[in-house]
Design a protein around this ligand. Sequence first.
Ligand code: DGL
Length: 275
Amino acid sequence: MSLESRKTAPVGVFDSGVGGLTVAREISRQLPLENIVYFGDTARVPYGSKSQNTIIRFSEQIIRFLKTKGVKAIVIACNTASALALDAVKDEFDIPVMGVVIPGARAAVEATKKRKVGVVGTDATVQSGMYTKIIHGMAPDIEVIEKACPLFVPLVEEGFKEHHVTQEVIEFYLESMRSTGIDAMILGCTHYPLLRSRIRDYMGKDIQIVNPAYETAMDLKALLREQNMENDGTTAQHSRYEFYVSDMAEKFRKFANTVMPFDVPTTNVVNIEEY
Ligand code: DGL
């Protein structure tokens, strides 16, 4: 690839479904000149209740598919896949692969004054203990309290953001977290930022809610700059986005239109098992 085509090549972003759109949205805000190819594994969501081997195999297939689209870098916009598959896949491919856990952990380390951080995520992410490991690698004195909140994902998928059931589920999961004395809490699942204001209201103003999407987009920017791959806009006039899923394209497209700050006109279905 020439230097110019490397710069204008898209960034591949993937998730188990719609959650990674919160990361794509943040990338579009911070890196408006970058093109994105997004893949949502809607046929095989949720990843949060699957084994590590399965999540690694799914991630490899998706990266192979995204590479056929000529992507210059991959963002694993899924906490579960970042926690369980990033280490296995990052050296397997000839393009940079980054996840959301390290950026999210770093933001929490910077945010906590009381040295006590909460993490909410899927069962698989919490069982992996990856957030605790990464935070302790950065600051061993910080106490980390992790809590799985598996029902948040289907509530978001069902569009139940404002529903009273969501409030009850938030209280059910987070009541114990609220009294632990944490002053920062990582939304360690890409669906959870879609419930952010409800979670923030419940946790109270003394607990800073950390959305790893923001830091991930910043890290992507730094990575592209470092590797001289940043799209400087000299050849691409408008950022161009493509959306692919493994099933339920129309449902995904409608959801994407509620998250992305621009119109998502089409979503294409891919047989991901072929990759
Ligand atoms: N996207 C996943 C994550 O961030 C949540 C949904 C799932 O379980 O697949 O952990």
